[in-house]
Each structure stands twice: as structure tokens, then as C-alpha cells.
Design a binder for this molecule. Structure first.
Ligand code: NAP
Ligand code: MG
Length: 422
């Protein structure tokens, strides 16, 4: 499809590079279709491609993942396909050298980011939680807490201390954690002030740019130092941007986590909920299923240095891939993957000062939403849509329907010279 399209039907041309990270299984199948049907015919993107297929990671001893993260640091914008995080069964299945780390964790660690998860709302897929009429965005701190902890099994009675030894010498500080009278367990967790501060700042930037209220919740009544530090840093950072919040007409609210959970399910939505790492892990799945389907949940990693990595929130949809491998028809929802691409393309256009590129991304997003709202949808949505559609379309059928609608949309816009000949 590339090249050969001249005359009035010239493709849009992007100015700068997007880092493309291909992945595994069903999402890899979708990835190729999205590129060939929805992007290449319309827009000439500058892509720097990293293949994060599990075998490519294995072949390069996972260096490819680190290179991809470095490329995002260089170019500023990346889009990632879902990837397998290998466990023992996958090591066996793909004959891997070892169970490589989660690519998402590797990339997050290198970009020190905050992950924002946002559900897409379509009129004919009512949220399971009836009060939700606007999106609830989860901003998840992606560093520390239980994800970087030290655990120990305590086999028999004895004392556990928490000890801090200053690097530059000086007296150590210690605290009794517990005097065990019988066997038990213990865990040490940590976080870093600078990381908490960049988490707060990333959430504030997001809330301001989306003009959405911002909540932060923790349990500082119990964890006075640990959670209390998060609360205090959020207070300082929001206080410093108070004028910007006022100008944007948005509010910052702190709540205890249990209070927040109770309020969320009774709220109409329409806010960013900043969550500590574990809360964000749990609450983003709750919010995704509360809104309807994982196939409608988008995800972006925003780093404090201004780098962006877009992805779908779901995994590689292995169950559907098994059917695909057997040559059976699949009906996998490509919406979140398409929105990962449009997020990256729109951001590229914004950073490059090329509004026509951003407009193309918005037109593609509108084509996806309108396709679903017109009743053409994959099986995951067909089961919960109201009114129920006559049937559902295949993975490819959905993408083709979006392409058709996009073409019509772009043809109707003479100022967008993005329509390639059929
Ligand atoms: P998953 O791929 O998210 O799929 C779980 C189930 O959710 C699917 O079986 C399907 O349900 C439904 N689903 C998810 N996405 C869908 C879509 N786009 N359209 C329709 N239905 C969808 O999670 P998983 O099966 O637990 O994990 C599979 C692999 O993905 C694992 O190897 C894991 O490591 C990896 N993973 C990667 C990422 C990432 O790269 N960001 C995230 C999570 C998991 P039905 O079967 O009921 O149709
Ligand atoms: Mg989770």
C-alpha cells in the first residue's frame, strides 16, 4: 500500500518518529491489520520498529526491550502491542532461555512513569455500574510498594527489626516490627520521594490537560508516615499549581481509600483517580469491568520527562489466538489497540505542530466509536450492548468496517488530503 499514491490523493506525512513495539499472539494479528487497513492507506508515519515478540526478546537476551525504551526516551512517543510475560508454561511453549521480565515493567522502570487507564464510552454499551456516565481515569503510580518489596517467612518465635544504616556513616536507626511468639510472615516495602513527586506531577499535568477533577486516596490515618508522605507530597504539588487548577475550573480532593471506593461507585464519573501502585492495579480492573469490556480500556504511560507510551490495557488474548491458530474465526475487539495508535499519532501531531496528523487520529477514533454505535461490533460487546445487535463481526470484519467509515469521513473533509485511492 505504501508509495505510488500521487495527485490529489496524497497521504498525510508525519514529521517525526513514533517508536513502534510489536508484540504477541492475537494482538500481533490485530496490529498488522490495523497498520495495513487503517494507517498505511492514509498516513505516512515515520516508525522505528522494535519487535517485542517473545522469541525476539529471547534471541536478544531481552536487549530489544531496553532498546525500545531508550528509543522512546529519544523520540518521545511510542506505541506498544501487548506482549507475553513468560511464566514456566511459556518458557516451555516457546523453548525460551528463561522467564524474561515483563516488558511493561522493564519499560516503566526505564521511563519512571505513571500509567493512566481510561475507558472508552459508547452509547450502546451501558456501564455495568449504572451511575457512571463519564469516564473514570485511573492514574497508577508505577513504582515501589508491594511490587518492590522484601519478604520473609518467620519460622519460629523471634524478633523482627526494621533497620536503617546511613550510607555516610552515623548511628543506625531501628524499630521493632514484631515480637513473633509463633511462625508468621513479614514484608518490607519502600518508596522514594522523587518518584512520588513525579507521580503527583504527572497526575496534575494529566488533570490539567484533560480538565478533569483529580482525586487522590490513601490510608494515612493508619500508615501515617508511608501514606502520609504521599498525601503531603500531593498537597504540596497541588498547592503549587492552585492557580492553574482554578483557571482550568477543576478541583483536587483527598479522600481515604475506603471512602473513595464507596464514592466512586455512586459517582457519575468524570475524574482522574490517582492511586498508589497496588490500589491502581486492583481499581483499574474494577473500573474496566464496571464500564463493560477490557477491549475498551486504553492505557498510556506518562513519564516525568515528557515521554509517552501508548498501549491497550488488555493482554495478548491467548484464548482467541488459539482459535486463530486452528484456523477458526475470531471476534477480538481491536478498539483499545487502535486507540493506542491514535493516542500516539495525536501526541506526535501535537508535539510536532502538525494538527492535520492529530485530526487524522481523531477521525479514526470517531470512525471506531461510530462503527460500534451503528451496531457493528465484536462478540465481547455484542453480548452486553443495548440494544442488542443482530450479530457480531469477526476481528477482521470490524477493522474493515472501521476502514470503510474512515474513508467516507475523510472524503467528506476536503481540507484533509488523506484519502488514498481504493
Ligand atoms: P487478556 O489477554 O487480557 O485476556 C483475558 C480475557 O479477556 C480474554 O480471554 C477475553 O475473554 C477478554 N479480552 C481481553 N481483551 C479482549 C479483546 N481485545 N477483545 C475481546 N476480549 C478480550 O489476559 P490473559 O489471557 O490473562 O493474558 C494473556 C497474555 O497476555 C499473558 O501471556 C500475559 O502475560 C499477557 N498480558 C500482557 C499485557 C500487556 O502486554 N500489557 C497485559 C496483561 C496480560 P474471553 O476469553 O471470555 O473472550
Ligand atoms: Mg490488575
Amino acid at each position: 500500500m505504501f508509495g505510488g499514491e500521487v495527485g490529489i490523493h496524497t497521504r498525510l506525512k508525519a514529521k517525526n518518529t513514533i517508536v513502534e513495539m510489536d508484540g504477541d499472539e492475537m494482538t500481533r494479528v490485530i496490529w498488522a491489520l490495523v497498520k495495513s487497513e487503517l494507517l498505511e492507506p492514509f498516513v505516512d508515519l515515520k516508525l522505528e520498529r522494535y519487535d517485542l515478540h517473545v522469541l525476539s526478546r529471547d534471541r536478544t537476551d531481552d536487549a530489544i526491550t531496553v532498546q525500545a525504551a531508550e528509543a522512546i526516551r529519544k523520540h518521545g512517543v511510542g506505541v506498544k502491542c501487548a506482549t507475553i510475560t513468560p511464566d514456566a508454561a511459556r518458557v516451555d511453549e516457546y523453548k525460551l532461555k528463561k522467564a524474561w521480565a515483563s516488558p511493561n515493567a522493564t519499560i516503566r522502570a526505564l521511563l519512571d512513569g505513571t500509567v493512566f487507564r481510561k475507558p472508552l464510552l459508547v452509547h450502546n454499551v451501558p456501564p455495568t455500574v449504572r451511575s457512571w456516565v463519564k469516564p473514570i481515569v485511573i492514574g497508577r503510580h508505577a513504582y515501589g510498594d508491594i511490587y518492590k518489596s522484601a519478604e520473609m517467612r518467620i519460622p519460629a518465635p523471634g524478633r523482627v527489626d526494621l533497620v536503617y544504616t546511613p550510607a555516610g556513616g552515623g548511628a543506625p536507626q531501628s524499630l521493632v516490627v514484631h515480637e513473633f511468639k509463633s511462625p508468621g510472615i513479614v514484608r518490607g516495602v519502600h518508596n522514594i520521594e522523587s518518584s512520588i513527586r513525579s507521580f503527583a506531577r504527572a497526575c496534575i499535568s494529566y488533570a490539567l490537560s484533560e480538565r478533569t477533577d483529580m482525586w487522590f486516596s490513601a490510608k494515612d490515618t493508619i500508615a501515617k508516615i508511608y501514606h502520609g508522605t504521599f498525601r503531603e507530597i500531593f498537597r504540596q504539588e497541588t498547592e503549587a499549581r492552585r492557580a492553574d487548577f482554578q483557571r482550568a475550573g477543576i478541583e483536587y480532593i483527598y479522600m481515604l481509600i475506603d471512602d473513595a471506593v464507596a464514592k466512586v461507585v455512586r459517582s457519575p464519573g468524570g475524574f482522574l483517580w490517582a492511586c498508589m501502585n497496588y490500589d491502581g492495579d486492583v481499581m483499574s480492573d474494577m473500573v474496566a469491568s464496571g464500564f463493560g469490556s477490557l477491549g475498551l480500556m486504553t492505557s498510556v504511560l506518562v513519564s516525568p520527562d515528557g515521554f509517552y507510551e501508548f498501549e491497550a490495557a488488555h493482554g495478548t488474548v491467548t484464548r482467541h489466538f488459539r482459535k486463530h491458530e486452528r484456523g477458526e474465526a475470531t471476534s477480538t475487539n481491536s478498539t483499545a489497540t487502535i486507540f493506542a495508535w491514535t493516542g500516539a499519532i495525536a501526541k506526535r501531531g501535537e508535539l510536532d505542530g502538525t494538527p492535520e496528523i492529530t485530526q487524522f487520529a481523531r477521525a479514526l477514533e470517531a470512525a471506531v466509536i461510530e462503527t460500534i454505535e451503528s451496531g457493528t461490533m465484536t462478540k465481547d460487546l455484542a453480548g452486553i450492548a443495548d440494544p442488542a445487535p443482530a450479530g457480531h463481526v469477526s476481528t477482521q470484519g470490524f477493522i474493515e468496517a472501521v476502514a470503510e467509515r474512515l474513508r467516507t469521513k475523510l472524503e467528506a473533509r476536503p481540507h484533509m488530503p488523506a484519502v488514498a485511492p481504493r
